[in-house]
Write a new protein. Structure first.
Lengths: 179, 101
């Protein structure tokens, strides 16, 4: 999965290692990690282990195999956690599908002619006072036309300001000013 | 051949430190995700080690749940990364400093 996403996003762009917005973050991180690792190792070497009671839920020395014990432990002791885990997986998969789905074309009626050109522009938009009264007639999950590979057809035929949104979706010229 | 549990713990500590360094100093979101996975797996190694030392199956059950939760986290995280890349065409964490759109 990682390899797929790395291939998808491209690894050829090089990470500029020189640019450092947080001054001194890198050596501080190294020192912090080294201190914590050294502390843990020193504690492990210098102290004796005080671990709690043995074999509270399931013993591994009962003559059964590990797989049998693991299955019995999961399906008896941790059954509730197991069910919650299943629900969590389902939710995660559905969420990933929703996130990775391309924006559909159901916004065609509400996007282009309805609002003024400034209504769908996020960063290079006008003042917030001019933008404010139109926020209610926009759908909340409006993708604001920033996907240039899906919606160039109807964006190009729309008003000129909305066409500028499709052009600005890739580079975002007003990024520095807006933040 | 039986290996002492201290070696497993030391390996887990080294793996966790590698992951922590990666999360702290790398800027690519994908690399940070992989380092988070590295830290999770170091914790899993510790759990399995203690489960074996103490003779308790609960540690291995917990590893099972940790794996499942890590898989869910990676799925959602990569979905977010792909969505961000589709809008911003960047995967660098420093460029994501705006909460607006």
């Amino acid at each position: 999965l990682f390899l797929f996403v790395i291939m998808f996003l491209g690894v050829d762009r090089r990470e500029d290692i020189e640019r450092e917005p947080l001054k001194g973050q890198r050596p501080l991180a190294l020192v912090f990690v080294a201190v914590s690792l050294g502390g843990v190792l020193a504690l492990a070497a210098a102290s004796n282990w005080v671990t709690g009671a043995h074999k509270v839920t399931g013993s591994t020395s009962g003559g059964h195999t590990d797989t049998y014990l693991l299955g019995r432990s999961i399906f008896t002791t941790y059954l509730w956690a197991f069910e919650i885990t299943a629900a969590l997986l389902v939710i995660a998969v559905v969420g990933a599908v929703v996130l990775a789905r391309r924006p559909s074309r159901v916004h065609d009626t509400g996007e282009a002619p309805g609002g003024s050109p400034g209504a769908t522009v996020l960063e290079p938009g006008p003042a917030p006072a001019a933008n404010e009264p139109r926020e209610d007639d926009m759908p909340p999950d409006q993708p604001d036309g920033t996907d240039p590979t899906v919606q160039p057809a109807h964006v190009g035929t729309a008003a000129a300001g909305v066409g500028a949104v499709g052009a600005a979706g890739q580079t975002r010229p007003g990024e520095e000013r807006a933040t | 051949v039986s290996i002492a549990p201290a070696w497993y713990l030391g390996l887990a500590a080294v793996l966790f430190s590698t992951g922590a360094i990666g999360v702290l100093i790398r800027r690519n979101v994908l690399v940070m995700f992989m380092c988070i996975e590295l830290m999770l797996n170091a914790a899993n190694l510790t759990l399995v080690t203690f489960s074996r030392v103490l003779g308790d199956i609960g540690g291995q059950s917990l590893v099972f749940f940790v794996l499942v939760v890590a898989a869910a986290e990676v799925v959602v995280g990569l979905g977010i990364v792909v969505a961000i890349f589709r809008r911003r065409s960047t995967t660098t964490a420093d460029d994501l400093h705006g909460m607006k759109g």
